[in-house]
Design a binder for this molecule. Structure first.
Ligand code: ATR
Length: 273
């Protein structure tokens, strides 16, 4: 069968092979989807090798999403706006890059968690690859003011500039987050939990019925979501649903079929608890 993979570093614990195997069984499509570890210096060589061995599509994950956008012959509109790619599609001339992260997040929040994002005053914490992937979709979904806070202010400025909506998008220093008022939606898109220094946030950031979302899941989401519950968040949502939804969107790009995500989400959630 055609080959598919997720390429990242580290990647051994990725759930994507299980998710795509489950989608494939559901759709009756035999597919070979593996996890391939590639250190940044080796990314080009690993991808070339994968293509030579019949690779037809790949998910790209940390830390390669921004770099992957630079090697594509063609970028989808949403990948171009994100400046990051999480899905590669083999074409006759090379790779097309797409980004399904933002659509995955919005679908999880609206369909699975019943949220209406329109008009919600939103705080996005972080300005790296993960934040870039979801910001355009949040704007498209109609959030009201989008505050982007980051430790390094230049990164927040760069993301805000790239989004090109100065009336709606406001870059700020993370250290000033306590001065920005309250939010209906607070999204953690930092990698703080994967590094040594925990994210340090003040209380009082949530509006009544304000919700928290962490783009990661499992261990990595625990710190932020516990803080959010203790700070009065209504819902505290991890990134597992987004993971399944972005996978479904990638699966559809490759195979032309939209899988049912609920059973796969339920299966992963069961193992998670
Ligand atoms: P990812 O692809 O996960 O977004 P990244 O592109 O390296 O990874 O971006 C990491 C993000 O997490 C950045 O916004 C980073 O802030 P800086 O740009 O200031 O480095 C943020 N981040 C990482 N550790 C953090 C910490 N301990 N506190 C606050 N922000 C942190």
């Amino acid at each position: 069968p055609a080959r598919y993979a997720v390429i990242g570093h580290p990647v051994a614990h990725s759930l994507s092979p299980r998710i795509h195997a489950a989608f494939g069984r559901q759709a009756g499509i035999a597919l070979d989807y593996t996890a391939i570890d590639a250190e940044p210096e080796r990314f080009d060589a690993v991808l070339a090798d994968f293509a030579a061995q019949g690779g037809r599509g790949a998910n790209i994950t940390l830390p390669h999403k921004a770099y992957a956008a630079t090697i594509c012959q063609h970028l989808s509109e949403r990948a171009r706006r994100a400046g990051a790619v999480n899905t590669l599609i083999r074409t006759a001339t090379g790779w097309e890059g797409d980004n399904t992260d933002g659509a995955g997040l919005v679908r999880d929040l609206t369909e699975r968690h019943g949220q209406d994002l329109r008009g919600r005053r939103t705080l996005l914490i972080g300005a790296g690859g993960a934040a870039r992937g979801v910001a355009p979709a949040l704007l498209d979904a109609g959030v009201a003011d989008l505050y982007i806070v980051n430790r390094n202010g230049a990164h927040a400025d760069a993301l805000a500039d790239a989004l090109g909506e100065p009336d709606r998008v406001h870059p700020r220093y993370l250290s000033d987050v306590g001065t920005l008022g309250v939010f209906d939606l607070v999204i953690n898109a930092t990698s703080a939990a994967r590094g040594g220094t925990p994210l340090d946030l003040p209380g009082g950031l949530f509006a009544p019925r304000g919700d928290a979302v962490d783009l990661s899941y499992g261990e990595a989401a625990i710190g932020f979501l516990s803080w959010a519950r203790a700070s009065g968040a209504d819902k505290a949502i991890d990134g597992l649903g987004m993971l399944v939804e972005q996978a479904a969107e990638s699966f559809q790009r490759w195979h032309g079929v939209r899988p049912e995500t609920d059973p796969v989400y339920a299966m992963l959630r069961e193992h998670d608890d």
